[in-house]
Design a protein around this ligand. Structure first.
Ligand SMILES: Cc1ncc(COP(=O)(O)O)c(C=O)c1O
Length: 348
């Protein structure tokens, strides 16, 4: 039964946008910099998922793009912030598959395109601006309705590709952590639209990886993000429930929103320090918006609370990763919001 569930997960239609698996590497020099009490730290190098300049959204897009093709889509519509990594990967996916892409981005139109916005245009995406986050979803629906009326076949990809389908891209990625032989006790990653966390949690449950999954919020308050992740886990369970046999995991959804700092996309001093430390010690570039947020938790401030080295796994994206962090005892005082994972995905 369990094998059937895993087979179902692994046989979901997928477009091979980038080669897998990505390596799981120890962060020895970073560990040394953190002192003798630092935990054993690993990083899963999803920054090496090179497609469209890589990153966290490639695993999700592999499945979501296959879903779009199954719906005979000719246009992908998605949304995000002006420098959205997800928008960039969607734009690249459209280019690779011969689909038109419309991006609904919130913010003022840029006088000069830089960063991801420059790449969005390079990949040929059409960019529409709205002034607030709340306007993004209605604008996507409006554009989709307009395209349908003109005989086109739009496929709307919700924010961050955080649907059950997208999240299952990350669930599949957990197989790579298990196969790497690393037994993390905690997987820490940046969390925003919730799909990464839901996918990692579902993957841990289905592959029997007994790790806590801790999402460090890039923007929303923890209770809100917990609800989003919970709803996605329900959706994944509904997709796999008929097949899924409960596995070994019985986890709660854990989100820490202490590192949002001054707000979404605004670098904080701890995240800037972490970004520099990881760059100088490991030659790895984190994303200031996402993946640099969790890293301050690895700081020596938490070190003394750790009495033994613990392996943990992370995955990085050029613009962000799941990272590994100190163990539970080091996390005292962390603000968390918890809820139970759906029965279909939790341990017996
Ligand atoms: C680099 C990076 N890491 C993490 C995340 C958060 O993932 P999710 O939106 O699935 O919560 C994002 C979202 O855009 C991202 O770009």
């Amino acid at each position: 039964m369990m094998a059937t569930a895993l087979a179902a997960l692994m046989s979901l239609p997928s477009i091979p946008l980038a080669p897998h698996p990505t390596p799981v590497e120890p962060l020895l020099r970073l560990g040394a910099a953190l002192g003798p009490h630092a935990p054993r730290l690993f990083i899963k190098r999803d920054d090496l998922l090179s497609f469209g300049m890589g990153g966290n959204k490639v695993r999700k897009m592999s499945l979501v793009a296959a879903e779009a093709l199954a719906h005979h889509a000719d246009t992908l519509i998605t949304c995000g912030a002006r420098q959205s990594n997800h928008a960039r990967v969607t734009a690249a996916t459209g280019a690779a598959l011969g689909l038109r892409v419309v991006l609904v981005l919130n913010g003022d139109p840029a006088a000069r395109a830089t960063g991801n916005l420059l790449l969005d245009r390079l990949f040929g995406a059409e960019v529409r601006y709205v002034s607030s986050r709340a306007e993004r979803a209605p604008m996507m629906e409006e554009i989709a309705a307009d395209l349908r009326a003109r005989g086109r076949r739009p496929f709307v990809v919700p924010l961050g590709a955080s649907t059950a389908t997208g999240a299952m891209g990350f669930a599949r990625g957990v197989a790579e952590i298990a196969a790497a032989g690393v037994k993390p006790d905690i997987i820490v990653h940046a969390s925003s639209s919730g799909g990464t966390q839901a996918g990692l949690m579902a993957g841990c449950a289905l592959f029997g990886v007994r790790a806590r999954v801790l999402g460090i919020s890039a923007d929303d308050p923890a209770p809100l993000l917990v609800r989003v992740v919970g709803a996605l886990l329900d959706d994944i369970a509904a997709r796999l429930a008929r097949l899924a046999q409960p596995s070994t995991a019985n986890r709660e959804i854990e989100v820490d929103d202490r590192f949002v700092g001054p707000g979404y996309g605004i670098p904080s001093q701890p995240s800037t320090d972490a970004l520099e430390l990881v760059a100088r010690r490991e030659g790895i570039v984190l994303d200031p918006v996402y993946t640099a947020r969790p890293w301050p938790v690895s700081s020596p401030e938490f070190g003394p609370a750790i009495s033994r080295p613990i392996g943990r796994s992370c995955s990085g994206t050029r613009a962000g990763c799941r990272e590994c962090l100190p163990d539970a005892r080091a996390m005292c005082g962390v603000r968390r919001a918890r809820c139970r994972v759906p029965d279909a995905l939790k341990g017996a």
